[in-house]
Design a protein around this ligand. Structure first.
Ligand code: HPA
Length: 278
């Protein structure tokens, strides 16, 4: 994709490339709460704090390092965000356009988004993984509101297959080969920063949600607008409010994310490897 040279994402990509001359990404990865460990596995990696990338705000959330990495995983050049921007931090929905388009400007053809999520499905226990098949946008916000950036994509974006069916079957096959349990379900994106009430969780279940979280939906929307293929894997960190006797707390979310990461890291590595084949 040719991005206009004065575009903020093109400028951000140029600044990142100053740290890794000639770098072209095949895949972009966003690491969610407590899942930053995968970044440590990149080889020949350069890490650039968001504070040094023009237009990037700082990540304010505990468990999010707030840096962009360029490196190789399984021999495949990947760009990686260790920490993302959430609407509950006070960012405008449009802020998400910048990092996602930066992946595109770096050459990525697909994105692997990860997040921490609460489970609405009794069999999807904390510490397990869920492959996201679709979403409910309960953030009541859309990052594409405003004049359309025609250089990046069309005004009206089709989200029917936003969660790329072929990438999903690839992940299911790899999980099977690795013996990793991969649940499947619909992600309900919420604003936060409060966790939900039990009545809300009952309502979201009725409406078809299998997992709840406070991120990802705007990123998927921007990615589809600019033609990036998308795969999303949630680390189930807790049962949603009212579904267990355990109270929900961010500390416990981070602890369980670390447990889920033990399954996520080999799955993500195997997935990345497929981008180096053929
Ligand atoms: N609700 C919303 N966001 C979350 C949760 C939850 O239960 N767990 C992790 N992120």
């Amino acid at each position: 994709m040719s991005s206009p040279s004065l575009d903020p994402a093109a400028i951000a990509a140029d600044v990142l490339r100053e740290h890794a001359p000639g770098f072209t990404a095949r895949l972009g990865i966003v690491l969610g709460s407590g899942l930053g460990g995968l970044a440590e596995e990149l080889l020949d990696a350069v890490a650039v704090p968001y504070a040094e990338i023009p237009g990037f705000p700082r990540s304010t959330v505990v468990g999010h390092a707030g840096r962009f990495l360029l490196g190789r995983l399984e021999g495949v050049p990947v760009a990686c965000m260790q920490g993302r921007f959430h609407l509950y931090e006070g960012h405008e929905p449009a802020i998400v356009k910048l990092p996602i388009r930066t992946f595109r400007a770096l050459g990525a053809e697909a994105l692997l988004l990860t997040n921490a999520a609460g489970s609405l499905r009794p069999e999807a226990r904390p510490g397990s993984l869920m492959l996201i098949t679709d979403h409910l946008n309960f953030q009541w916000a859309n990052p594409l509101i405003g004049p359309n950036d025609d250089d990046w994509g069309e005004r009206f974006v089709d989200l029917e297959n936003a969660y790329d069916p072929e990438l999903r079957s690839r992940l299911l096959r790899l999980a099977d080969e690795l013996g990793v349990v991969l649940h499947q379900g619909v992600y309900c994106g919420l604003l936060g920063p409060t966790f939900e009430t039990p009545a809300e969780i009952r309502a979201y279940r009725t409406l078809g949600a299998d997992a709840v979280g406070m991120s990802t939906v705007p990123e998927v929307i921007v990615a589809r607008h600019c033609g990036l293929r998308v795969a999303v894997v949630s680390a189930i960190t807790n049962m949603a409010v009212g579904m267990s006797t355990e109270p929900v707390a961010h500390g416990a979310v981070l602890d369980m994310a670390a447990q889920a990461a033990a399954a996520l890291v080999p799955l993500a590595r195997a997935f990345v490897r497929t981008f180096g084949e053929g």
